[in-house]
Design a protein around this ligand. Structure first.
Ligand code: ACO
Length: 319
């Protein structure tokens, strides 16, 4: 079964860094509260850059790392929920910039699970023989969608993009996505329209979250997803060389590691420097690990994500 091999990775975060101390000047919060509750110390914030521009930078790096030319791409899939335009989709904007004229282009909306969602779709294209080279991107700028007067959410998020070139090969051992539809617990309503026919009640177009509910769901889904994909791959979670989880909250990650009996040294994180970059969080940390030479051929790696929807996804691959 040929279900794709990660042939290259790339990532990009904006230059501007906002530390917890900077946020102390904007809302009633403290470095101590943010670190203790979330593990976050700083985050990168997009000013002039769009989600598509960040995605393009990550994509170029992934293509270079894989030694693939953009014209060889058959498909570009972008997991995002913060594109500046409803259409064209971000994948088309990336295609235009990098000159991938042969590629079909789709965005997938699955919030922070976006990267796992595009991974699953990309590997299906490769397995079916319909595509040889698929560019997978997770890119988000949730800093533009949080309410900067709401201290319980604005401290959590950062912006960035990560990309993976999925080529022919057979490194993916198992992957699965789940959903538990819930309209309330974590949502971003669209801004009100000016349609004279629109009688929907207007809502604030900012991220709204029941943090405690998301927290409980995340720990439980994280553990059951990783256990499930490990079992499908024929290994115990303790046999993983690396776990790269969605970077939402260090306490969620630590709690799940404890339940999975996995030492923290085998878990790769970037949340301390990056905050929650939503769909970008897993491919950014994957690229950092690849660039640092931490990943060795044959390593067992699990990726695990959860996000609004509620959605979850996890996979096991051999590097
Ligand atoms: N600084 C200081 N105090 C704060 C802040 C802040 N930034 N935010 C909230 N507080 C206060 C609250 O007002 C509350 O005060 P009170 O006790 O006087 O009422 C107190 O701190 C505790 O607030 P809680 O909301 O109960 O804090 P909690 O321990 O639940 O932590 C947090 C909040 C960090 C958001 C946590 O619930 C969490 O991480 N949840 C999961 C979030 C998550 O994973 N989101 C995924 C998003 S993924 C996607 O798809 C977008």
């Amino acid at each position: 079964m040929k279900n794709g091999r990660i042939a290259g990775t790339g990532s990009y975060v904006p230059e501007t860094i906002w530390k917890n101390e900077d946020l102390e000047k904007m809302v009633e919060t403290s470095d101590a509260w943010i670190r203790e509750r979330t593990g976050i110390g700083a985050r990168h914030i997009a000013g002039e850059e769009t989600v598509a521009q960040m995605a393009v930078k990550a994509a170029r790096r992934a293509l270079e790392n894989a030694g693939i030319c953009s014209t060889e791409l058959d498909l570009i899939l972008v997991g995002t929920s913060s594109s500046e335009s409803i259409f064209p989709n971000t994948a088309c904007l990336v295609q235009d910039e990098i000159g991938a004229f042969r590629a079909a282009c789709l965005d997938v909306s699955a919030a922070c699970t976006g990267f796992l969602a595009v991974y699953e779709l990309g590997q299906l294209y490769i397995r079916s023989g319909k595509a040889k080279n698929v560019l997978l991107i997770g890119a988000d700028a949730l800093s533009r969608l949080v309410d900067w007067n709401d201290r319980s959410t604005c401290v959590l998020f950062g912006d960035g993009a990560g990309a993976v070139l999925l080529g022919e090969g057979d490194s993916l051992q198992s992957i699965h996505l789940t959903a538990k539809g819930d309209p309330q617990v974590l949502c971003i309503p669209q801004p009100p329209s000016n349609s004279p026919f629109d009688i929907l009640p207007p809502q604030q177009p900012f991220l709204q979250m029941n943090g405690k509910e998301v927290y409980k769901f995340a720990v439980s889904a994280f553990c059951s997803d990783v256990t499930e994909v490990c079992s499908q791959a024929g290994i115990q979670p303790q046999q993983l060389d690396w776990l790269i989880p969605h970077q939402a909250n260090l306490r969620i990650i630590e709690s799940a590691l404890h339940k999975l009996k996995l030492p923290s040294q085998r878990c790769l994180t970037g949340i301390q420097r990056l905050g929650n970059t939503s769909a970008a969080s897993i491919p950014i940390v994957l690229d950092e690990a690849n660039t640092k030479g931490l990943l060795h051929p044959g390593d067992w790696i699990a990726l695990s994500a959860f996000g609004a929807g509620l959605t979850t996804g996890a996979c096991v691959l051999r590097w």
